[in-house]
Ligand binder design. Sequence first.
Ligand code: KIV
Length: 261
Amino acid sequence: MHKKISRWVKDKQQGRKRALVTAYDYPMARFAAAAGLHGVLVGDSLGMVVCGDQDTLNVTLEQMCYHTRMVQRGAGDCLVFADLPFGSYEKSPEQAWESAGALLRAGADVIKLEGGAEMAATVAFCAERGINICAHIGLTPQRVRQWGSFQRQGTSDAGAQRLQHEASVLSAAGARFVVLEAVPDVVAARISREIEAVTIGIGAGPDTDAQVLVAHDLLGLEVESPPFARRYLEAGQQMQDALAHYVEDVSNGQFPPRRAH
Ligand code: KIV
């Protein structure tokens, strides 16, 4: 097993929590590594928070490889996760393996794909061929056009049971990690206890093995953030203030200063 991943497995067994954040470029990866993050996710959320789209469906494999290359240069000891974007893996296990290969060559350590039990054969195909897979269930943003909105999942008894089943099937198929997005805390806690894979929660309560947040939410770079995200900084406002200050200085002749020579 990848040395970095065995540390995650050990931490799950010993109840030590791990923290991830999304990163889309070199500086963010460098800050994350210096801050002691355990992992960075090159998420296809970049379609929304970097490109300004309404959802993640326009993101391409080429874009994901481009951003993964930048991130791995700054990621240091962080485990680098990268998303397979919509349309690059759903058709067949072979298609997923080829797309995952492109992300691995770009520098990813772990490849993430969305979907439940229907993706188990793909997870097994890739895992058996040495690719570290992270599954992603619950709210899967690539299916948002099918659902019509970003909806919490697993809120009914039947929904919760379906999620538990999917998590155990994906873990048994060889997924090393399972992201649980926007699911009830109790469901996430139960799944985390029951499966071998390391669970990574987002909007899933405190009892998953690890947590992930979108960097733009955590840092206050988005205008609005989902209710489960904590904004640790209002960097967007601070950037805007700094830029306005610069405009003012230029307008008033305060910048640049006059030099003697
Ligand atoms: O793309 C992304 O940022 C993600 C996280 C929300 C888990 O998939």
